[in-house]
Design a protein around this ligand. Structure first.
Ligand SMILES: Cc1cc2nc3c(=O)[nH]c(=O)nc-3n(C[C@H](O)[C@H](O)[C@H](O)COP(=O)(O)OP(=O)(O)OC[C@H]3O[C@@H](n4cnc5c(N)ncnc54)[C@H](O)[C@@H]3O)c2cc1C
Length: 455
């Protein structure tokens, strides 16, 4: 191992909690990019030189000032549950682990505020006694942080009501630090705050977030199973979009995906298609009527108290946890992410099932889009053969008019089909003028750099 400027930092700032052990630094340099055989290969060996776990804003400021002065790259990390190597440094340097910067702030009139490193489960545990809960829970909510969800996530259970984080009004403000020899702290509100969203920590260190909340509900969790793909799909779609039936999660899993859920096997008849449901108690009867009308049966039911007592929630079988459970059984699988056309969603799902069924297993999450339309997005599980075939499958999806958010790339723009708001780059100029934050992940920044230097 060569000694770098980053290795000198503990001498300069001895009071801080540094992690230099190569094994631990290696672990902190990784996330769940191994879901993708492509990313696993491309990111192999990429790691930080050292990690640090600051406990206060002052400690964060000291690290940032020292890195900015010495030109050392800095990669922010929450809990490292991202899927695209988002917290894997491409150019070494320091991992700034914010999991210890995690104080809960307050809840007032439907709004909450906390430090970025707070775990989502801890936030909810503090908010619920005050009658409020988070609007979206990624299936990783037990470990994922609020800052990490904002920096690298999309949404989760609850997005069926409130859309993704990116929908206006969900995230109200961020307090962020610039990366300069004399770091500044800036509060951004509304649309300006969203310029730091889903940019993999490349354009500002988020210290605190203020988010809109929703009144607490004692959610019941159920599984409905069906013999027929179309009946299960139509039930999920109709129940999901029924305006009077209150729910937090509707997850459609075509056969054979339910077979990967070994710990739920007794509730999942062989060969079934399953819909996982998180529903308000007063909407359960209406939900059951709809299940019966579509020829299904409810095979699993737990009240909120039972979920809490058993410490087992169906949310941890939805979103990308579905992929995780499948990968535990069969390492030869991977996945894609897709967004259907709200006006043609069912027709598109059926056409793609007919075209690729067997090789591509249909997993849909029902939600509202950023603009408010009812829709479904896919986290389809793929029987992986080659990278070329994986790309072909994604192309077939595009040819059916479905958007692919490619989870096999680690550059911000590549995951967004190159639809990056140019204001994001301007924000990076303001918050990270030296280009030290997670360098190599924001291609548009690299493209403008040579022009700036010669100007
Ligand atoms: C099994 C599984 C299931 C998942 N399910 C979902 C899901 O339901 N919905 C969903 O949206 N995602 C999901 N994900 C992805 C991931 O869990 C979420 O995005 C999660 O919220 C990330 O939080 P984290 O604390 O682990 O962030 P990390 O992985 O540590 O960081 C994510 C990105 O944000 C940046 N970042 C972290 N903290 C800050 C900060 N304070 N300031 C600036 N940048 C920061 C990092 O540099 C990194 O680029 C899933 C992943 C897995 C492996």
């Amino acid at each position: 191992m060569t000694t770098t400027a980053a290795h000198q930092l503990p001498e300069q700032l001895p009071e801080l909690d540094w992690i230099a052990d190569p094994l631990r630094v290696g672990r902190l340099s990784q996330d769940f990019a191994w879901f993708s055989p492509v990313l696993k290969r491309e990111l192999a060996g990429k790691r930080a030189d050292i990690a640090v776990r600051p406990r206060s804003e002052e400690e964060i400021r000291q690290v940032v000032a020292a890195c900015a002065s010495a030109g050392i790259p800095l990669t922010v990390r929450g809990s490292g549950t991202g899927n695209y190597g988002q917290c894997t440094p491409l150019q070494g340097g320091v991992i700034l682990d914010l999991s210890g910067y995690n104080a809960f702030g307050w809840v007032r009139a439907g709004v909450g505020r906390a430090q970025a490193g707070i775990r989502l489960a801890d936030f909810d545990a503090r908010a619920k006694p005050l009658g409020q809960e988070l609007r979206w829970l990624p299936s990783t909510y037990r470990s994922a942080t609020l800052g990490g969800l904002f920096g690298g996530g999309f949404g989760g259970a609850g997005s069926i009501n409130h859309g993704p984080l990116a929908a206006p009004g969900n995230v109200l403000a961020v307090r962020a630090m610039t990366v300069e020899a004399e770091p500044q702290i800036i509060e951004l509100r509304g649309a300006e705050a969203m310029l730091l969203h889903h940019t993999y920590g490349t354009n500002g260190i988020v210290l605190e977030l203020e988010v809109a909340l929703t009144p607490t509900v004692a959610w019941t969790e159920c599984i409905a199973t069906f013999d027929d793909f179309d009946a299960a799909l139509e039930f999920a779609d109709r129940f999901g979009s029924a305006p009077g039936l209150e729910k937090k999660e509707v997850c459609f899993l075509a056969a054979p995906i339910p077979e990967y859920f070994t710990s739920l096997a007794e509730h999942l008849p062989a060969g079934c298609h399953a819909v996982l449901l998180v529903v308000a108690p007063h909407s359960e009867a209406g939900m059951r009527d709809m299940v019966a009308k579509h020829g299904g049966q409810v095979t699993y039911r737990k009240t909120a108290d039972e979920v809490k007592a058993g410490n087992k929630t169906l949310i941890e079988f939805t979103w990308n946890h579905t992929t995780l459970h499948a990968l535990k059984v069969d390492k030869g699988l991977t996945y894609i992410q897709s967004g259907f056309n709200p006006a043609r969603r069912i027709e598109q799902v059926k056409a793609l099932e007919a075209a690729l069924g067997g090789e591509v297993m249909m997993h849909l999450e029902f939600l509202r889009t950023k603009e408010g339309a009812f829709n479904c997005s896919g986290l389809q599980i793929i029987r992986y053969t080659t990278e070329e075939r994986l790309n072909q499958i994604m192309q077939i999806y595009r040819e059916h008019g479905v958007q692919i958010n490619n989870p096999h790339v680690y550059i911000v723009e590549d995951g967004k089909q190159n639809n990056l708001d140019p204001a994001v780059v301007a924000t990076k100029q303001r918050f990270d003028p030296l280009g030290l934050l997670n360098p190599g992940k924001l291609r548009s920044w690299q493209a403008v750099q040579p022009l700036r230097q010669t100007a």
